[in-house]
Design a protein around this ligand. Structure first.
Ligand SMILES: Cc1ncc(COP(=O)(O)O)c(C=O)c1O
Length: 400
């Protein structure tokens, strides 16, 4: 007997091509994984899925860190987990601030009681690593924190010299790689990053809801040496690891998996599937190269309309192209037209850049020629322009 419960879900969700600042397009295989039957979070079959997910995440981060896991929550949960575990009240922390997510990170650190030293650059510019190192020189500094991919401006933060400087000062290097993971060159171990977090909805092509997270031994040593317990029970890494990877948690090598909170089972199916697709497709170096080409091809196409990239050459973040809209155009009306008439989402500027930017995602499945052609064609129509020249520039960029 079939009942209403067996039938298809009623849905009024429109079809969208997601070329904004995230979420990015989610492949049908990932959506299908999300719809698999929910099983128990202590089921041995689920433990196997967790194990595979961790292994795939280590590939994504390019790390051997045992403490690699998806934090339950969006990218911001990863940020909270990073701060709650590795920063104590009174710690002097140098924080790079050159966009909205740097501002948010500094805010998060201040709420945790850290003595935050902000090293700022104009929104749209990277921060010279020497300035971060200089700020960490002198008084005892506990961490340098940077946003690797600043999604509000499309800028990639160079990490050169930061890991060595941190080691010389017995400080941690902590990194937000929400938008860069899987789309912009980053190798956690090679870069000497002590702990980092990301999000599922950018270059990994998964819905939002998990924060891939990784921490190395130096960071875990700091956690073990803590004199008092951290402020967050939910994000307490030692407790979460008792569930995800008991050998690295509070109970030691022979500990059994113990319940901490109910894992978001179906999201973990989705993350595993998204990572399986990525690994099986053209994983990191070629994925990075595809994002680079997609970024430059789209930049060339949009330049035909008069759009200028905010980030100068060499500072651009490949998964996020932030450009000025053409002069004398109502940028919000064009974005609305793209969404409502063409089903294409792009994002506008944030904070001081509101009304002055278009932010176009070049993330995962969005970093391909076909969706970019759709976007460029629709944009030409809305601007009353001939699509031939921008489409030719796009094709040329993809051939280059
Ligand atoms: C660089 C960066 N950090 C943190 C976040 C916060 O992630 P979420 O919105 O998934 O909580 C975002 C979201 O776009 C981001 O781009």
């Amino acid at each position: 007997m079939t009942t209403e419960l067996d039938g298809p879900a009623a849905t009024d969700i429109p079809t969208r091509l997601l070329l904004g600042s995230g979420p990015s397009p989610v492949p049908p295989r990932v959506l299908a994984a999300l719809a698999q039957p929910t099983i128990g979070h202590m089921d041995p079959a689920f433990a196997e899925i967790m194990g595979e997910t961790i292994a795939l995440m280590r590939e994504a981060f390019q790390t051997a860190n045992l403490a690699t896991l998806p934090i339950s929550g969006t990218g911001s949960a990863g940020m909270e987990a990073l701060v709650a575990n590795f920063v104590d009240p009174g710690d002097r922390v140098v924080c790079g601030v050159n966009g909205l997510f740097g501002v948010r990170m500094a805010d998060e650190l201040e709420r945790a009681g850290a003595d935050v030293v902000r090293v700022e650059a104009d929104w749209g510019r990277a921060i010279a690593p020497e300035r971060l190192i200089e700020a960490a020189t002198g008084p005892r500094t506990h961490a340098i924190v940077v946003v690797h991919g600043e999604t509000s401006t499309g800028v990639a933060q160079p990490l050169d010299g930061l890991a060595d400087a941190c080691r010389e000062r017995d400080a941690l290097l902590l990194v937000d790689c929400v938008t860069s993971l899987g789309g912009h060159p980053l190798r956690i171990d090679e870069a000497g990053i002590d702990a980092a977090f990301s999000g599922t909805q950018k270059c990994l092509n998964c819905p939002p809801g998990l924060a891939p997270f990784t921490a190395g031994e130096r960071a875990l040593d700091k956690l073990r040496a803590r004199e008092r317990r951290g402020p967050s029970w939910y994000f307490d890494l030692a407790l979460v690891l008792d569930y995800w990877n008991p050998a690295t948690g509070s109970g030691g090598a022979s500990a059994a998996r113990t319940y901490h909170h109910t894992a978001p089972i179906n999201m973990i199916y989705a993350l595993r599937e998204a990572l399986r697709i990525a690994v099986g497709d053209d994983w990191l170096p070629s994925a990075w190269e595809r994002h680079r080409r997609a970024h430059h091809a789209l930049r060339d196409a949009l330049a035909v309309f008069g759009c200028q990239r905010l980030a100068p050459d060499g500072e651009q973040l490949h998964p996020l192209l932030a450009v000025s809209p053409p002069a004398d155009v109502d940028e919000a009306a064009i974005r609305r037209g793209l969404l409502l008439d063409h089903g294409i989402e792009i994002s506008g500027g944030l904070g001081p850049l509101a009304g002055r930017l278009w932010r176009v995602g070049v993330m995962g499945e969005g970093a391909r020629q076909e969706p970019q052609e759709r976007f460029v064609g629709a944009l030409a129509e809305l601007l009353g322009a001939d699509p031939a020249e921008p489409l030719a520039a796009l094709a040329e960029g993809w051939r280059a």
